[in-house]
Design a protein around this ligand. Structure first.
Ligand SMILES: C[S@@+](CC[C@H](N)C(=O)[O-])C[C@H]1O[C@@H](n2cnc3c(N)ncnc32)[C@H](O)[C@@H]1O
Length: 248
């Protein structure tokens, strides 16, 4: 069971950057930052689940004022230890419900993190929370995988998403409740470590409906940060919803 820091506790935070090294490479980060700089314009950016600052730090270096919401003190400690990490405001809390001062021209939730909210109610609350922080016509950006149900053989519930000499990843589907548990196994210092994290997967259309409930509408949907077309074969989507509600 997660402690106060959730699943990204001290043990996970200590190895997060190393274990997600591909996602920290300039080839992965630069297109995200370019995309968000454009949407931020002269306004502020709000990152939900800011983690160790993979995107927030380079975005701030491009001159955008970034604020984060994050559950895990251990992840934020890693952000703080990096150059520029002390200059980024972070509010500790659940991004489905935590509020921060001021308004934002863009809010973003990347690297499948919307799926860390494991109920539909929490995901809907997240959209509503974001809308309450956005300026009129401000944007909410989500990067998340398309559920891989087409890749499951009939009756199967487990799919391997990573296999190497020293680590293995298995996704376990619970189709009845739109649940997905990612099991990570890794050999560390000669022993086998296991981490299992629950997710709730969503189809793009369900996220569009959540946006609608929150007073937002779809503006763009791509399969990647360089605005590659979203098609039936796309493995993930980058979606942008625009806030249509004037602030009261
Ligand atoms: C996959 S990591 C992504 C971190 C960072 N955005 C990145 O792209 O590297 C997910 C992050 O979201 C945080 N998180 C997950 N659920 C959360 C919630 N309900 N409220 C706040 N933070 C949450 C985790 O603690 C973790 O730091």
């Amino acid at each position: 069971m997660p402690e106060d820091d959730g699943y990204f506790d001290e043990r996970v935070a200590a190895r997060y950057d190393e274990s997600s090294a591909e996602m920290f490479a300039p080839a992965a980060v630069d297109p995200v930052v370019d995309f968000l700089v454009e949407l931020a314009g002269s306004g502020r950016a709000l990152e939900l689940g800011i983690g160790t600052g993979r995107i927030a730090l380079p975005l701030a270096r491009r001159g955008v004022s970034v604020h984060g919401i994050e559950l895990s003190n251990a992840m934020v400690a890693r952000l703080r230890a990096k150059p520029g990490g002390d200059d980024i405001g972070v509010t500790i809390g659940d991004f489905a419900t935590t509020t921060v001062d001021g308004t934002f021209s863009v809010a973003y939730l990347v690297f499948n993190t919307i799926s860390n909210l494991t109920t539909q109610a929490a995901q809907v609350a997240c959209f509503r929370n974001v809308a309450a922080h956005l300026e009129l016509e401000g944007c909410f950006v989500i990067e998340v995988g398309v559920p891989e149900l087409q890749r499951l053989s009939p009756g199967e519930t487990i799919r391997a998403f990573h296999v190497s000499e020293t680590s293995w990843g298995l996704d376990e589907y619970d189709v009845a409740r739109q649940g997905l548990t990612s099991h990570h196994f890794e050999i560390v210092d000669g022993g086998l470590e296991r981490l299992s994290i629950p997710f709730r997967y969503t189809w793009p259309s369900e996220l569009d409906l959540m946006a609608q409930l929150a007073g937002m509408r779809l503006r763009e949907r791509w399969s990647g940060w360089k605005r590659e077309p979203f098609t039936s074969d796309s493995r993930k989507h980058v979606s942008v919803w625009e806030n249509r509600q004037p602030r009261r």
